[in-house]
Ligand binder design. Structure first.
Ligand code: FES
Ligand code: FES
Length: 277
């Protein structure tokens, strides 16, 4: 089951939209919070349409329903879109809001203000067919001129640390055969791989997600390696870069561009932030 199916059909959080259902349009963008290497909160935009729900075990999920403040006061990115006419039919708008919200909170935490080009890069995974990007980018910039609403990053990070004490996920619906495992160590993964050779290994899942949404296929038993810290590392070593099998494209590109700056343009054109996360 994808995150989007769960959100719309089970949780009835219908603010998140389905457009393409293949990770192209950004209508389904949500933000996923997890702990970074320093134990702080990292927020990434993600395409809910092709992300499998159990991969969110132990993480925080934020949707467009979560970003307004007390009494429904719009978040600065929402208010700026309203004031700047950054929405017409509105179907794409929740996805834009979530990409902008994740970027807004990231920049606020770092004490930085993005350039217009950085905002355009942040929005490269969000398509709009009515409004035109000038109005949306104008609004994105103006959002930073407004007072920042409270967002307790430390409380979210503490809640995420609390979740780490729970055992690794082995999901068996209705007590039947297991369909999803999320080992947390290389040893645990290796033992599972040996014991369940028929299970498919899942990393980012941007291809496998389409089997589910486009071919209506059951992907079968999965071993998700996204929680195995050793496989998520990207290490610069003398003469080579070691990229773990579960490293995100974004972190791999960062390391590659650090060594070969000429690759930067290719990085920015390869998929989009919600897919590379
Ligand atoms: Fe288009 Fe998810 S619905 S990217
Ligand atoms: Fe209609 Fe963006 S406002 S698609």
């Amino acid at each position: 089951r994808t995150v989007l199916e769960w959100l719309r059909e089970d949780a009835r959080c219908t603010g998140t939209k389905e457009g393409c259902a293949e990770g192209d349009c950004g209508a389904c963008t949500v933000a996923v919070g997890e702990l970074d290497a320093q134990g702080g909160l990292s927020l990434q935009p993600v395409n809910a349409c092709i992300r499998l729900l159990p991969t969110l075990d132990g993480k925080a999920l934020f949707t467009v329903e979560d970003v307004a403040g007390e009494g429904g006061a719009l978040h600065p990115v929402q208010q700026a879109l309203v004031d700047g006419h950054g929405s017409q039919c509105g179907f794409c708008t929740p996805g834009f809001v979530m990409s902008l919200w994740a970027g807004y909170e990231r920049h606020r935490a770092a004490g930085t203000v993005p350039t217009r080009q950085q905002l355009a890069d942040d929005l490269s995974g969000n398509l709009c067919r009515c409004t035109g990007y000038r109005a949306i980018l104008d609004a994105a910039q103006r959002a930073f001129e407004r007072p920042a609403p409270p967002f307790d990053r430390a409380a979210v990070a503490a809640a995420l640390r609390g979740l780490r004490v729970s055992p690794s996920l082995h999901y068996a619906p209705g007590g039947g055969a297991p369909v999803f495992h999320a080992p947390r160590t290389l040893g645990e993964f290796a033992a599972l791989r040996e014991a369940r050779p028929q299970a498919r290994v899942l990393a980012g899942g941007t291809d496998l997600g389409l089997w589910v949404t486009k071919q209506l296929r059951d992907p079968g038993e999965l071993i998700h390696i996204g929680e195995v810290a050793e496989l998520g590392r990207v290490e610069l070593q003398p003469g080579c870069i070691v990229i773990g099998a579960a490293a995100s494209l974004e972190s791999a590109w960062q390391a590659l561009v650090q060594e070969w700056p000429a690759l930067r343009d290719l990085w920015l054109r390869f998929a989009a932030p919600p897919l590379r996360a």
